[in-house]
Design a protein around this ligand. Structure first.
Ligand SMILES: Cc1cc2nc3c(=O)[nH]c(=O)nc-3n(C[C@H](O)[C@H](O)[C@H](O)COP(=O)(O)OP(=O)(O)OC[C@H]3O[C@@H](n4cnc5c(N)ncnc54)[C@H](O)[C@@H]3O)c2cc1C
Length: 551
């Protein structure tokens, strides 16, 4: 890859992990050919390569949801960084504990080291421009990109990798924002967590609620406790006196996600045998192009025997038809099988499943198998165009199973339990409480329990709904029907190599999109592994073909 007269010019919007993965693939693909490409990457933040979720300055209390042993984002051949574990060992002088979940900020530093290697390898062909892109518009055969106070030169093509751009507040949040501006109640965002930690310095003795009970809630809890000087050990939580007096996490069902198996040996119980993985891959490839009923049947047919085999190997009783019934309920109404579990029972059960003191349940086993089959899921789904209704069914199934497959470390669940025992976290109002707005904040109420809270923290990640994106250029591209949703509840239509499709299914030439805003066209996007996976390679190959760079 080299710079020179007659180079193809590419603009990339955003330089988070996805863009880094795409650029690594592009440089690798173009290495063998003498071709001329220049890439301008627009990224206004101070964390190019890492993005906001792995920002090197983010609080070290925010942990990755993958243990060291499972982080598989292999660097390209030209990189000198080695694997994340190798890089970590070199940097700290310590071997990484394979069962530990590292801080996301450490991973961000590693990604930035990979970016440095990439820029060296590209020898000036990649330029980072520290500006936010505000508009892109068609101009002749290419695209005009507007960033900063001036339009940039014309680009032959544009790749959008903006992650999850700012989204309009949902009705509840909009009402709370308005309320917080007119009352003493404070509304805070979970991220950046470093900023939340600074605000939380003033919250000693106050009563706080957290909207959402997903992975982000564990980050928030750590910030409100350890971040204020408290600590955990085997005896429980040791307060510093600077944390809030009471914390109320809440969500629609009050359930926290189920922690991952605690050790490699426990995790290995859920491994698919090679023949099972082959069958899963075939079933996924079949499901991705089928009608929804055929797709569900194909997935069920492959999951049932694997899940039954694992449960039997683990000594769990598997009544006839139980796995089929569980799957049926999951497809129809994800999570309905656990609806009778209280928040604390869910947490307790999850901890026992993760530490192996309790035999796996059907749900836990399906979720772990599904996690282990994520690459096969993407390999079957992402290279083809899936009918809209099937996409809704498969994406819904994958998203629902995240309560198992994207679980936190067991340590995070133990911390939550310790905080409950210490009386700082209270789960009495965790299940879909009523809210009343008061001068001092909010009153929460459910089943005769009430609490007055003065601080509300939003820890809900918005859906990748194109119509709700509030910032350009994605908002204007969606308003102008350049980006169109694949179906209700899904994000933009794209081809497997990221090329954007309009409402009629025609290619919007020279415009590509990778990542969360293409959910539905691709699946299982919310993972680092996907950022460095086959979608990036397909995009890079597409650039090479479109720009006639085959020699
Ligand atoms: C809180 C949180 C924690 C997560 N933790 C994990 C985890 O532990 N493990 C895991 O595998 N996955 C995790 N994920 C999923 C994660 O989103 C992806 O792994 C990854 O961050 C996606 O990378 P991305 O580059 O697509 O998006 P981002 O990382 O969001 O990067 C997008 C970049 O685009 C830039 N940008 C946006 N708009 C513009 C514009 N108009 N002009 C110029 N630049 C722009 C942004 O500044 C940003 O740097 C987490 C997600 C969240 C939200």
């Amino acid at each position: 890859m080299s710079v020179g007269a007659g180079s193809a010019r590419i603009a990339i919007v955003g330089l988070g992990p996805r863009s880094l993965g795409a650029l690594e693939a592009l440089v690798t693909h173009l290495a063998q050919v003498e071709c001329r490409v220049t890439v301008d990457v627009f990224e206004p933040s101070d964390a190019p390569g890492a993005g906001p979720n792995f920002h090197p300055e983010e609080s070290p209390l925010c942990l990755l949801n993958i243990p060291f042993r499972d982080i598989a984002i292999r660097p390209p051949a030209f990189s000198r960084c080695g694997s994340f574990a190798q890089w970590f060992a070199k940097r700290t002088g310590q071997q990484a504990d394979p069962d530990s979940f590292p801080p996301r900020a450490d991973l961000g530093r590693y990604l930035q080291a990979r970016l440095d290697d990439l820029l060296d390898e590209a020898q000036g062909a990649i330029t980072i421009i520290s500006e936010k892109v505000t508009r892109i518009e068609r101009s002749g055969a290419g695209w005009q990109v507007h960033a900063g106070d001036q339009p940039r030169a014309l680009y032959d093509e544009v790749l959008l990798t903006p992650g999850q751009p700012e989204t309009a507040a949902d009705d509840q949040l909009a009402e709370w924002q308005d309320h917080a501006s007119r009352s003493q109640g404070q509304l805070a965002q979970a991220y950046p967590a470093a900023q939340l930690a600074r605000r939380a310095c003033d919250w000693a003795g106050r009563t706080v609620a957290i909207r959402g009970l997903g992975l982000s809630t564990f980050d928030v809890l750590r910030v409100l406790t350890c971040g204020q000087g408290g600590s955990f050990d085997a005896q429980g939580y040791h307060p510093s006196g600077r944390e809030p007096a009471a914390i109320y996490p809440l969500s629609l069902n009050g359930h926290s996600p189920f922690p991952k198996p605690a050790t490699e040996a426990l995790d290995a119980r859920f491994d698919l045998q090679p023949s099972e993985m082959d069958r899963f891959s075939q079933a996924m490839a079949q499901a991705a192009v089928a009608d929804p009923d055929t797709a569900r049947a194909a997935i069920n047919a492959v999951l049932k025997p694997v899940v039954t085999r694992i449960l039997t190997d683990c000594g769990a009783a598997v009544p006839d038809g139980a796995v089929a019934d569980w799957l049926q309920a999951e497809w129809t109404d994800a999570g309905s099988q656990e609806k009778d579990l209280s928040p604390i029972d869910t947490l307790r059960t999850g901890m026992a499943l993760a530490d192996g003191s309790r035999a796996p349940t059907i749900g836990y086993t399906v979720g772990q198998v599904w996690r282990k089959a994520q690459d096969a899921l993407r390999a079957g789904y992402n290279p083809v165009e899936t009918p809209a209704e099937t996409a809704q069914a498969l994406v819904g199934f994958d998203e629902g199973l995240k309560r198992y497959s994207y679980g936190p470390p067991l340590s995070a669940a133990r911390e939550l339990m310790a905080l409950i025992h210490s009386g700082i976290v209270n789960m009495d109002l965790a299940v879909d409480p009523e809210f009343t707005m008061t001068d001092s904040g909010w009153t929460l109420e459910t089943h005769g329990n009430t609490a007055r809270v003065s601080i509300m923290i939003d820890a809900v990640l918005p859906a990748p709904d194109l119509s709700a994106i509030a910032t350009a250029p994605v908002s204007t591209l969606a308003e102008n029907d350049v980006l169109t949703p694949q179906a209700h509840g899904l994000a933009a239509r794209t081809l497997p190599d990221g090329q954007v499709l309009d409402e009629q299914g025609r290619i919007v030439s020279q415009l590509c999109l990778l990542g969360r805003l293409a959910l539905g066209s691709v699946i299982a996007v919310d993972s680092l592994h996907d950022c460095f996976g086959k979608s990036s390679e397909r995009w890079a190959k597409g650039v090479r073909a479109r720009q006639g760079l085959n020699n």
